[in-house]
Design a protein around this ligand. Sequence first.
Ligand code: GL2
Length: 833
Amino acid sequence: GKEKWPRGDEKVWKDGLRAADDDVPSITKSIVHHVQTSLSRQAYNLDDLGAYQATALSAKDNMLLNWNETQLAYTRKQPKRAYYLCIEYLMGRTFDNALLNLGLKDQYHEGVGKLGFNLEDLLTQERDAALGNGGLGRLAACYLDSSSSQELPVWGYSLRYKYGIFQQLIAPDGSQLEAPDPWLEHLNPFEIPRYDVQYEIRFYGQAERTADGRAVWSGGQEVLALAYDVMIPGYGTKNTNNLRLWESKPKRGFDLQSFNAGDYERAVEASNSAEAITSVLYPNDNTTFGKELRLKQQYFWTAASLADIIRRFKSLEKPFSALPDYAAIQLNDTHPTLAIPELMRILVDEEEVPWNSAWDIVTNTFFFTNHTVLPEALEKWPVPLFEHLLPRHLQIIYDINMTFLQSVEKKFPGDRERLSRMSLIEEGFPKQIRMAYLAIIGSRKVNGVAELHSQLLKATICKDFVEFYGISKFGNVTNGVTPRRWLDQCNPGLSALITETLKIPKSEWLKDLKKLEGLIKYADDPQFQKKWAAVKQTNKERLAQYVEATLGVKVNAKAMFDVQVKRLHEYKRQTLNIFGVIHRYFTLKAMTPEERKKANPRVVFFAGKAAPGYYIAKLVIRLIVNVARVVNADPDTKDYLEVYFLPDYSVSLAELLVPASNISQHISTAGTEASGTSNMKFCLNGGLLVGTVDGANIEIGEEIGEENVFFFGHLTEAVEDLRYQHTYHPVPIEQKCPALAHVLNEISAGKFGDGQTYEPLLNTVRHHDHYLLTEDFQSYIDALKLVDEAYLNQTTWLKKSIITCAKMGKFSSDRAILDYAEEYWSIEPLKVE
Ligand code: GL2
């Protein structure tokens, strides 16, 4: 705005400005203040939940001061900004992270103590913000932490789902049950509703042309998008970025006409349908679910976000051609691809920018990251459904496609096959819109999330586009994880040991993770090894306590902890793991008690959710639970093998599991896991990796040395050929892999409950074996044997563990976000003073 500010007396304004409450007396004062005012409670009726809320509100005030200054600095200095559009943000809990990033945890600990509460108890009162399914959503959360910590002007945009990822319950027979996740049931201290930021979003209706040839989209349903802001505090800096979440609301409360006619149900129908848009997160990971409501979510979110971005840009009073100098928009996977036709619509229909200029602006503003090559995850929308919901956008997509195909024809004259391969519209009944292609042609650059994945992209989904645009449009940014949450916060013991050993402030290595290499020179030091081992032991006992408290069983914390936690998916091969466990159980059973004493005791942990409609994945859970039931009850093997399925995997549970692993498993069929990010978290915490030559496992091996990783299995290059063999020259499993055949037969025979139940699962392995379990089983068992042998020698094991952690610097999400900032978005850090 041009008017003078502040209004009124500047001095009064200045006197009113608050400083952060960063000493203990001010902190206790602010907590008590929130108890009294925000909660309207008092000391006599304050429980842990109330104390948590008041304390969190006090911390939020501190964050808000930084947030305000950050936004003011951005507004004043007008830097180019990046916008990260991701339909999922798997944030987990906020409070602990906020205190650590603000550098106020000790003060709050003391202050809360003075008020008669224990900070650690209050922290567990917070519910996870579980607005995501798995790796893709958690990656977005790590990137926000890094963007604030690295002082980059980045905002996230997503949806404020009323219900996050479902709660997982395990029935007595082992099957997964789903319950809603009403995470907003209580006050959420960390969000700010912005009643002043609302946009109208249209669906359905008609797209028509006026006499002068302009397109107008009218009629249909209009709903309101209301902004909620979530502050993202940087570590050791004032910079506090924003995550803006949209909530859908009815535009006119309810339909007054029906109301007046006494038809109250009809009157609220429209309002219910508006609210439904942001009511629940779709629980599918790595698979599309072609429902109209999902498409509505995608458009609602991208349209509101773009309206917001454009409004901010317009306040700069620059010509539209300057948009790419002020905004970079990252399309995280294809879910926000509608932003491309939507920006075209705004520019061409509303701002009267000529089509070609508009397309120039678009293709210099957007960037696209692909997160998977799995065919079932490639988004395609049926044209009839799309046309019904977004008639104008379909016209725009057709126009984009026509111009694009003309340029392809020019470069490859007469190549009709190529035109039909590259078209945005896939022929068929019905025709479908290929969202990945739209994202590719509408973006400045395209990247994958690990070296192998980016190579595969260029060889498969993007092949024709590489030939058309040239290779330089296609890049790689290997994923990363934030060491603040995934080391300092979840493993305070290790963090303290590292700081003490490196003899530099924690803030230095946490923001420059390569500094961990300073640990290498202590890798052989017996004193250091002893401390290193003690930290791991403490973390294992902490996990054991959790398991006892939740499942009521005592875990042998002296045994090796072997962890596989991730979404249940056939490609991730939890089946390989559980079949390996069964094989191990049979092997132990067959031993004499004397022989058994030489075995390496092992506790195997599984956790992860299956999409509610994913039948085979649910069977895998059921099998794991029933194997656990049988194995854990067997006195012959009990001291050597325990198996647990921990229900309701979450970010908070990961924070307990990750620091407690001796080994973790990342065993996808080669070429299927784009990157994986928990592999990075486990290794950063000194857990060794058992894995296939896939995704980021490969780069972890390159960094830490292959001698420190337990690799096994066929390579990506072999997969296609093996699958061909399986289809055209199948060899019976008894012949191919007798050990595995024995495992399957015992399951069928009812060793782990009714064998019939598992037949559909077992048949996926017996026939076709798309994920190549029969091909990898033996080398998997061999790898696990090597693990046992290596674990027997604790000195060399600890050395591996220390070196693994020390060489993980590359996998900080700070490195990844800086890579995006420099190579893609062209944005620079802006330090808030
Ligand atoms: C994923 C990939 O499967 C996973 O390998 C990758 O680490 C993450 C983040 O890039 O993205 N793709 C995807 O759709 N989900 C993922 O976790 N859900």
